[in-house]
Unconditional design. Sequence first.
Length: 82
Amino acid sequence: MAECPLCKAERKTRWYYEDELVWVADCETCGIPMIVWREHTMTVPLSGLIHMCMVIGKLFGNAQVRVKQRKLKDHLHWHIEL
């Protein structure tokens, strides 16, 4: 999906982490760090969700995660409340 800003993954803000499954950067809209599943989908396997949680824990400890999709509702991403 070429029009999805999360698929484009442009480095417009601070980036914290990336691998073949996810990337973590400050949200361009609200400035809060977010973890983004690379594939344009809302359906992620359990192993992927576990991976996302492990990355968040490694980077931010026991941060709260907001899983509700607000602006971009069709590409899985979580905001990390520090």
